[in-house]
Design a protein around this ligand. Structure first.
Ligand code: SF4
Ligand code: SF4
Ligand code: SF4
Length: 259
């Protein structure tokens, strides 16, 4: 009998919603569990192998403690393919909203005072690519079922996942929504990677970019348009910070400064 590919699903700092998204694939879950040999999945199994040698490791969450960092390094050593799974692992998530502003220690002290941490020494939240080589990513907060299953299938067949190469706006237009920008609402749809099917603007709520910035967008032109529509630079940057982590903020800030 052919040996099944092995999978490890690990969760660091996040809401565990990405792992839950896997369990949410109810009708195909049995097929998935039959096709792969899951060695680690703390959210769903009780007989886990701590950190296992696996073909594919899916990592949810950002790195917020030294203990997590050591574990991440060990997972990397034991996985043939390591995947950043969801926005927290990819960009740092909400907890990395202020990443890179140089005030983390100040904020930390304000909340925890001089409390001594002995087991899990805290550190500023960072996405996993800051510490280890990441072979592939699956976007979303949480990833959508179709895109997650497509990416997993591609990975299990030894291929790189393919992504939606158009912004959220395209999916928003397919759903025949009125554009929120025309209503004075700051929507990041034009700069955000599609694939989520635009649930937020479809419910009259601006996109806050949780799938990450789309690389091939015309960022300069879009940011110019937002400014022309009266949105302030600090508001645009603040909105990008929600999910973007420092990388996106640096990019946007640079573009806005160049104008
Ligand atoms: S990416 Fe979103 S759903 Fe996944 S762990 Fe982070 S906050 Fe939760
Ligand atoms: S509402 Fe947002 S996502 Fe929809 S078309 Fe307008 S900018 Fe794009
Ligand atoms: S519309 Fe934007 S904020 Fe909403 S799920 Fe899609 S990417 Fe995330």
């Amino acid at each position: 009998m052919k040996k099944k590919p092995t999978l490890g699903i690990y969760g660091f700092t996040g809401c565990a919603g990405c792992q839950l998204a896997i369990l949410d694939c109810e009708d195909i879950l049995v097929d998935l569990f039959n096709y792969v040999d899951i060695k680690v999945f703390y959210e769903a199994m009780s007989n886990n192998e701590d950190i296992a040698n696996v073909d594919i490791a899916l990592i949810e969450g950002s790195i917020n403690t030294n203990k997590q960092l050591n574990e991440l390094k060990e997972i990397r050593e034991k996985a043939k393919v390591l995947v950043a799974f969801g926005s927290c692992a990819n960009f740092g998530g909400l907890q990395a909203m202020a990443l890179g502003d140089g005030k983390w220690e100040q904020r930390f002290t304000k909340v925890y005072g001089d409390a001594k941490f002995t087991v899990a020494i805290p550190r500023e939240a960072q996405p996993i690519h800051k510490f280890v080589k990441v072979d592939a990513f699956i976007p979303g907060c949480p990833p959508s079922t179709p895109q997650m299953l497509k990416a997993l299938t591609q990975l299990l067949h030894g291929n790189q996942p393919t992504y939606t190469n158009s912004p959220v706006c395209l999916e928003c237009k397919f759903r025949e929504n009125e554009c929120l920008l025309n209503d004075g609402k700051l929507c990041l749809g034009p700069l955000t990677m599609g694939g989520c099917t635009a649930p937020c603007p479809s419910h009259n709520t601006p996109c806050i970019g949780c799938w990450g910035i789309i690389e091939e967008a015309n960022h300069t032109s879009e940011l110019k348009l937002l400014k022309e529509k009266g949105f302030k630079t600090e508001d645009i940057i603040q909105r990008f910070r929600i999910f973007g982590g420092s990388k996106i903020v640096e990019k946007v800030q640079k573009l806005l400064e160049v104008e």
